[in-house]
Ligand binder design. Structure first.
Ligand code: AMP
Length: 396
């Protein structure tokens, strides 16, 4: 199938071509016709599946007819980074249109957002808290919203945004189209869906299973050797771009400094950094200025980073869902990637859970040349880089 089969407005074709999309991804193939027909939709899709374009294209298509210069579509999403990414996708796919979008989120000045709201942009991409502020202060008028997207609903729940989302729902017209996307459906999300959608059709891709282009490897290691193991892994593996996840922001910061001392171009992404710093990190990582980015889960949620060759879980995530979201950064849209996880004895239960979900045993790897017997205090001296580029053994 190709994009012309959706019968989209011809003005959307330049954007699709410019983005290099030829074949719709499975979620796009399923969701776009339903959304174009005006139905409500529940999409089970993790990031990396092409879900952004699955809702952006039908929105643009719809907004090409009817009045301009007022807010007609609202996309609610949990993080600023996601909001920016969606905004970028709208801009890219909307190249051949005059439709505009604005982002609304906290941590940055409110004035440009208020200006955009006053001038009237057709699409708002918003995080719940700041949007609610604008509503309460009378700046945001949502009475003309025709399409509402609740993106990454499960993460909004995790981040405590559900009450805000429900308040926002009171300000959008009852008569509207609603599209809800979530990777998982805990009861509270099912409840939100039944409150906010009307006769939704359901589409699902990759049901809680990670994208298949990723190969997974576990590196069993004693807790005190995790840092030297990570540094050794970086040295021994032929990596283009690496996203490393830690459980805490302090650890993200510490690791990124340690990695930097070894001469790598590295940056970090976590909530102790200002919005400006986060954006600079992300842009630098995307552009290749930084080869490595160390991030926490929340900061990196749903990031659309092209061609990450490796995701390394320095710490095992707390939930299987978080694991799947993390590795969603690699192996995107037909690219292949590697996901390495440092595994300590306390991670056994989580590994079992992951293996159950994936329906197979994950390979355990031994890092050649790594001194597994070294005492804790030698952690600053990882083994020297080997001559061969790729010495990590994979069993694919
Ligand atoms: P998403 O799941 O929306 O974050 O998208 C993941 C990545 O896939 C993004 O980098 C998109 O630009 C890319 N993408 C989305 N749709 C397609 C498509 N039909 N063909 C190729 N790449 C796509």
């Amino acid at each position: 199938m190709n994009f012309s089969e959706f019968n989209l407005d011809a003005r959307l074709m330049p954007g699709i071509a410019r983005e290099g999309y030829v074949t719709p991804t499975p979620i796009q193939a399923q969701a776009i016709p339903i959304a174009l027909a005006g139905h409500d939709l529940i999409g089970t899709a993790q990031t990396g599946t092409g879900k952004t374009a699955a809702f952006v294209l039908p929105i643009l298509n719809k907004l090409l007819s009817g009045s301009q210069r007022r807010s007609r579509a609202l996309i609610v999403t949990p993080t600023r980074e996601l909001a920016e990414q969606i905004h970028e996708t709208i801009r890219a796919l909307g190249t051949g249109t005059r439709l505009r979008s604005a982002t609304i989120y906290g941590g940055v000045g409110a004035n440009p957002q208020i200006k955009a709201l006053r001038q009237g942009v057709e699409i708002l991409v918003a995080c719940p808290g700041r949007l609610l502020d604008h509503i309460n202060q009378g700046y945001a008028d949502l009475s003309g919203i025709e399409v509402l997207v609740l993106d990454e609903a499960d993460r909004m729940l995790d981040m405590g945004f559900l009450p805000d989302v429900k308040r926002i729902l009171k300000h959008v017209p009852q008569q509207r189209q609603t599209l809800l996307f979530s990777a998982t459906f805990p009861p509270k999300i099912e409840e939100l869906a039944s409150q906010s959608l009307h006769k939704p059709q359901r589409v699902a891709v990759g049901l809680s299973k990670p994208v298949h282009t990723v190969s997974h490897a576990l590196f069993p290691v004693a807790p005190h050797l995790k840092t030297p193991m990570l540094l050794a892994l970086l040295k021994q593996t032929d990596t283009d771009s690496v996203l490393i996840f830690t459980r805490t922001k302090h650890r993200a910061e510490r690791l990124s400094r340690q990695i930097g001392r070894l001469g790598y171009k590295v940056t970090s992404l976590h909530s102790n950094r200002s919005q400006n710093q986060r954006q600079t990190s992300l842009n630098g990582f995307k552009s290749g200025k930084y080869q490595i980015m160390v991030a926490t889960d929340i900061a990196a949620r749903g990031l659309d980073v092209e061609s990450v060759s490796h995701v390394i879980n320095f710490d095992m995530p707390d939930t299987a869902d978080a694991y799947i979201h993390r590795i969603g950064r690699t192996g995107r849209a037909q690219r292949s990637g590697d996901a390495f996880t440092l595994m300590t004895p306390e991670d056994n239960a989580m590994v079992k859970t992951l293996e159950k979900i994936m329906g197979r045993r994950l390979p355990r790897e031994i890092l050649e040349g790594f001194d597994y017997q070294q005492p804790a205090n030698s952690s600053q001296h990882p083994p020297r880089r080997r001559e061969s580029r790729q010495t990590v053994h994979h069993r694919r």
